[in-house]
Design a protein around this ligand. Structure first.
Ligand code: B12
Ligand code: SF4
Length: 489
């Protein structure tokens, strides 16, 4: 079949991100014998016109639409992508009668709602390396596509298929012999404009942080790739696209123990020169792990600490305490790694005392950068959303396509002003919900100057603190004017 895969994502903050998931699906469809083309809407002034031309020229039998983001998950500066997605489907419908299959992480978080909002013919929730070729084979042979994991039709989940795939259906060997089809896209441009490429070394997460969608999207067991296969892919990337930094897109790279160690040892054994960064957990992050990562080229680590207060950490369902978080931060800094602490303020149960405790601890910890979210984004199916619904604190219907956030009422008045004052004093804070992290023009300029890797790393420089803190010179003690397309519950 002639398959056109479309990447709808046009977000460039914090960077344009190479659509790795679409590239995996493209590789799987190509391996199954289909003719695959890609329309990437990330760059260019008139993406819909380009899309229309691509469709008319390629004449697809089927179109797969990859929806990565629902919204930017920031409050109150929320950006909602639904209208953009609607416009893409509108352009596709005007140009072709080929069925449209929806997929991607954004779609998978709320498949039913997206099916209705975008009027998709089919949808696949969850990973699609097997499911998408399965659907193509069924459609090609005129069979009913039942048994395709995660499949939705116009009437909802297809019998025996719908919903996110159950753990036993998620393939352990999701990677077997398959690397993303980067050649179908302009990977070079992403390195130039986004500052990094991306590689996935495992799927899943065993932790149960209350607000998090990752275990829903990827399953709650780890499914790891062999270190040799991962480093083969990195070596091939360095050869094909010249040396460039890599972001490992795993939920957390440094857990289970032994996984990141085996990758680092393989990088060191082969003498591969690569700079990389990743998400990590403070759990079991010790001196040895930090030093090994630094030796193997890691130059930035994003620690998903969320809070540095024991009670708030427990309420968020985190599997570590404040002391562990501080220790992990110290080990990383001592090893020469730059550390970005990512935090969530205003989740259920948050108090002024827990906010102050976290901020005091952060001053002691002195990480390279702090990215703090104000309010927590509620997604369907997470433990947090389920418990708020059970307690009658929110209605089930409040959590859907329209971005919904929770801000603890007891601290709602206190939070914006207090955090902006912290940000002003520290100079290395980013508050994506209260001030745009970076202007697109500045981002382009920095990349043109050859600065690669995550831009938060620049906050290690004192002169960057001076520039950065100007945004918080006059703290705004209110949440600002609510955007009509956003709900606070
Ligand atoms: C790594 C990551 C990042 C990194 C990316 C670094 C890099 N260079 O790649 C960074 C930190 C930069 C980042 C930034 C952001 N991210 Co992010 N990120 C992720 C993460 C953890 C992994 C994404 C990934 O690459 N996965 C690996 C690929 C292989 O999986 P996949 O894309 O899901 O693809 C599979 C399926 O979805 C499906 N599929 C994909 N396409 C298609 C197409 C078809 C037709 C079909 C049938 C199937 C299909 O099959 C694929 C293969 O199995 C996800 C969470 C997660 N666990 O998925 C969040 C996630 C995608 N991010 C999210 C968000 C919100 C953002 C930001 C907007 C946050 C912000 N305010 O800065 C930005 C947006 C950046 C941008 N320009 O788009 C949300 C999106 C949902 C939402 N709320 O909108 C997610 C889901 C996390 C969450 N909160 O739940 N992110
Ligand atoms: S926040 Fe991180 S550690 Fe917690 S469940 Fe999500 S991915 Fe796992």
């Amino acid at each position: 079949m002639r398959v056109l895969l479309v990447s709808a994502n046009r977000e460039r903050i914090p960077d344009p991100i190479f659509p790795l998931g679409l590239a995996y699906v493209a590789a799987a469809a190509r391996q199954a014998g289909h003719e695959v083309a890609v329309a990437d809407l990330c760059f260019g002034r008139a993406p819909l016109r380009t899309l229309t031309c691509r469709v008319r020229y390629f004449q697809p039998d089927i179109v797969g639409l990859s929806l990565r983001n629902v919204d930017n998950a920031a409050y109150p500066l929320t950006v909602d992508y639904l209208d953009q997605h609607r416009a893409v489907v509108g352009a596709l419908r005007a140009a072709t009668t080929a069925p449209v299959v929806l997929g991607g992480s954004g779609f998978s978080i709320m498949p039913q709602a997206y099916m209705q909002a975008l009027d998709g013919d089919w949808g696949i929730a969850g990973e699609a390396e097997v499911a998408f070729p399965g659907l193509l084979a069924a459609l090609q042979n005129g069979r009913e596509p039942d048994g395709v994991a995660g499949l939705y039709g116009r009437d909802g989940p297809v019998a025996g298929s719908g919903g996110l795939p159950a753990p036993h259906i998620r393939r352990r060997g999701w990677h077997d012999g398959l690397w993303p089809a980067r050649d179908l896209l302009d990977y070079h441009r992403y390195i130039r404009r986004g500052g990094a490429g991306n590689v996935q070394t495992k799927r899943g997460c065993v932790f149960k942080c209350s607000y998090c969608t990752y275990p829903l999207l990827e399953g709650n067991r780890f499914r790891t790739r062999d270190a040799t296969d991962v480093v083969d892919e990195i070596e091939a990337l360095m050869q094909d696209y010249r040396p460039h930094p890599i972001f490992f897109v795993d939920s957390i790279l440094n857990f289970p123990r032994g996984h990141v160690e085996s990758i680092c040892e393989e990088i060191l054994r082969r003498g591969v020169k690569v700079r990389w960064s990743c998400y990590a957990t403070p759990v079991k992050l010790d001196r040895h792990q930090a030093q090994l990562m630094a030796a193997a080229g890691c130059d930035g680590i994003e620690l998903g600490t969320d809070a540095v207060d024991d009670e708030q950490l427990a309420r968020l369902g985190k599997s570590f305490d404040a002391q562990t978080a501080e220790r992990a931060n110290r080990y990383c800094l001592e090893a020469g790694l730059r550390v970005c602490q990512t935090l969530i303020f205003g989740a259920p149960g948050e108090t002024r005392a827990s906010i102050r405790a976290t901020c005091t601890a952060l001053r002691r910890m002195n990480p390279t950068a702090v990215v703090a979210m104000t309010g927590v984004r509620l997604y369907p199916g997470t433990p947090l959303t389920n418990s708020l619904i059970e307690q009658g604190r929110i209605a089930e219907s409040a959590v859907g396509l329209l971005p919904a956030f929770y801000v603890e009422p007891d601290v709602a008045d206190f939070l914006p002003g207090y955090l902006q004052r912290q940000a002003y004093a520290a100079g290395n804070w980013v508050l994506p919900g209260l001030a745009a992290p970076i202007l697109p023009g500045s981002q382009r300029l920095l990349r043109r100057l050859g600065i690669s890797g995550p831009l938060w790393r620049l906050l290690q420089n004192r002169w960057m603190h001076v520039i950065n803190r100007t945004r918080f010179r006059r703290p705004n003690t209110s949440w600002g004017v609510p955007h009509p397309k956003r709900k606070v519950v």
